[in-house]
Design a protein around this ligand. Structure first.
Ligand code: PGA
Length: 252
């Protein structure tokens, strides 16, 4: 049985004190989620990670939004795995479409990051998803298949099952135009098919989230689909009330 997962991607929002305020307000809802068998987490910016980690319910996952694949060295502006580990972080989002677009993060680079994270016993959340143009041309499956194959290149089944995938159609991110549950399930079950081809039965153990304008009001629809294991949520994860609404929605 794949455990349900709700992950809030805060993007470039919240100062450390604002992030701390959320962390303090979230204690009960984290307990509530965990008691109902839902794993929950938030991904603040690098400068807020320590403040959140120190103040949030320890059952809550705290994830970074990126990491560098190298150990250390002349990489100005970058953050290493060891740096994250020292502040208690063991989850990292990789390959978000915004980082692919604005920071040149490619699937082969994500593959290096995934391998480095797994070697450090950390959990990568690998994002994939197509543009509106690709969607309208009917090339979504070809596109995400390439992203998955490149991101997972060289991973054993044992490693692959430690990776969480987030399928986020770019046209649905921050636009209020979420993909229908049928569209999301169609692509996510296709992704599971690609994983089955690569890893056989192990594909059934790999969690795949949907992301893109998920809200308290629509999260239940996605959760009703057999291959969707949770959600990666941006805008609706920023306020404690809305985050709580997402947890409640996942239980409907
Ligand atoms: P959104 O963002 O929920 O604001 O659409 C999702 C994401 O980018 O992870």
């Amino acid at each position: 049985m794949r455990k349900k997962l709700l992950l809030g991607n805060w993007k470039m929002n919240k100062t450390p004190s604002e992030a701390k305020a959320f962390a303090l307000a979230a204690s009960e809802m984290v307990d509530y989620a965990v008691a109902h068998n839902i794993e929950v987490g938030v991904a603040p910016t690098f400068v807020s990670l320590a403040a959140v980690k120190e103040n949030i319910n320890p059952k809550c996952i705290v994830a970074a939004q990126n990491v560098n694949e190298h150990d250390h060295g002349a990489f100005t502006g970058e953050v290493s795995i060891a740096m994250l580990k020292e502040v208690g972080i063991d989850w990292v989002i990789l390959g978000h479409s915004e980082r692919r677009e604005y920071n040149g993060e490619t699937s082969p680079v994500c593959n290096l990051k995934i391998k480095a994270l797994l070697a450090a016993d950390m959990t990568p959340v690998y994002c994939c998803g197509e543009s509106l143009d690709t969607f309208e041309k009917g090339q979504t499956k070809e596109w995400v298949s390439k992203q998955i194959r490149e991101g997972f290149a060289g991973l054993s089944a044992e490693d692959a099952k430690k990776v969480v995938i987030a399928y986020e159609p770019i046209w649905a991110i921050g636009t209020g135009k979420s993909a229908s549950k049928e569209t999301a399930e169609d692509t996510i079950s296709f992704i599971r098919g690609v994983l089955r081809e690569l890893y056989g039965e192990t594909a059934e153990e790999i969690r795949i989230l949907y992301g893109g304008s998920v809200k308290p009001a629509n999260v239940a629809e996605y959760m009703s689909e057999p291959d969707i294991d949770g959600a990666l949520v941006g805008g609706a994860s920023l306020e404690p009330d809305s985050f709580k609404g997402l947890i409640e929605g996942m239980l409907k």
